[in-house]
Ligand binder design. Structure first.
Ligand code: GH3
Ligand code: MG
Ligand code: MG
Ligand code: MG
Ligand code: MG
Length: 314
């Protein structure tokens, strides 16, 4: 049957078509002690372009999940020798939250309690056999969409909308683990706070849109110049850079080369060539907390401003 245009069923078809290509690269693990059952689900999933893995039992399933990090969904039988589907679900939930991995129970066993039991044990859904392929696809799509939406929301919550750089929230998470590994490996690093000079005047002279354009271009340049470092837009026209290097001199030079490039380059916006400069405060390896290190970098930045701007202060 062909659904009416713009009806819910029509939209559903469109979603299915979309997911047919979006499923490429998404791994699904099928766990069942019956080869016939495994093959059936394998076949259904393959038709929708998933990467399919199979396991004969719980222990094997956990091994496969550990090594294949494209797996986003586990479809498991309930009754299996050794580790059954309920136990497997429990083990998966010890390692992965529901926003990382979807678990779906599947069973033809004549036990009305199974659906509630596996869901209480951390599964997202239960499919009773026999099922028609259409029901199977509806449910799978729903759960894959959920994971995808959570990922989108998570990315949005950690990204600055204007520049697409990590935001303040993301920076604290990233910097904490970077600083831990720098401390362990005794790596030399610098934490730099960068602020555009007289940015208010740029907005007043050329307009807010020109200001936005400059922020985007600066972020773009930062990404190129500090490739592999932790970057963030921290506030309005303020950015943070966490970079490691051979020694303090090398880190300083890298920052200064960036400052120099920004001071030299002109940014074109509409008919204007706009020139901006940046001031930078930097702190090298410190035992202080990340918040305190940022405060110190901010003090150095303040001194760079007081000293005439377009410069780096340690
Ligand atoms: P200083 O050299 O001392 O840093 O002077 P400044 O003018 O850059 O500093 P001030 O803190 O006085 O002004 C910052 C300006 O940055 C004010 C605000 O309008 C602008 N700004 C902050 N966020 C944005 C943004 O997202 N877009 C645009 N266009 N401007 C922004
Ligand atoms: Mg079984
Ligand atoms: Mg400023
Ligand atoms: Mg500022
Ligand atoms: Mg400039």
């Amino acid at each position: 049957y062909i659904p009416k245009e713009n009806s819910q069923a029509f939209m559903y078809l469109k979603r299915i078509l979309y997911w047919q290509s979006a499923n490429i690269g998404i791994g699904v693990l099928v766990v069942d002690d019956s080869r016939t059952a495994r093959n059936h689900i394998h076949e259904l999933l393959q038709r929708r372009n998933f990467t399919v893995y199979v396991a004969e039992g719980g222990e094997q399933a956990l091994e496969i999940i550990k090594h294949q990090n494209d797996i986003k969904m586990v479809i498991t039988d309930l009754e299996m020798p050794n580790m059954d589907g309920i136990e497997l679900t429990n083990e998966i939930r010890k390692r992965y939250n529901r926003d990382q991995m979807s678990v779906i129970g599947i069973s033809g066993a004549d036990n009305v309690n199974y659906s509630a039991r596996i869901i209480k044990n951390g599964a997202d859904d239960f499919i009773r056999k026999p099922f028609c392929p259409e029901e199977f696809y509806c449910r799978i799509t729903q759960h894959i969409e959920n994971l995808h939406n959570i990922e989108r929301i998570r990315k949005a919550a950690n990204t600055d909308y204007l520049t697409d750089l990590p935001n303040r929230r993301a920076f604290f998470k990233e910097a904490k683990s970077a600083l831990e590994s720098y401390a362990q490996q005794k790596t030399v690093y610098g934490l730099a706070m960068l602020d555009i000079d007289y940015f208010k005047k740029v907005n007043d002279t050329y307009g807010h849109e020109a200001g936005d354009h400059i922020l985007k271009m600066l972020a773009h340049e930062m990404r190129n110049h500090f490739n592999g470092c932790s970057l963030a837009r921290f506030g309005g026209e303020e950015f943070v850079i966490l970079l490691s290097g051979a020694d303090q001199g090398q880190i300083y030079n890298q920052l200064d080369a960036f400052r120099e490039a920004i001071a030299t380059d002109e940014i074109n916006h509409e008919a204007h060539q706009i020139n901006v400069t940046v001031s930078v405060g930097v702190i090298f390896n410190s035992v202080l907390s990340i918040e305190e290190q940022l405060n110190q970098a901010d003090v150095a930045l303040y001194n760079a401003k007081e000293n005439g701007r377009n410069q780096i202060v340690i």
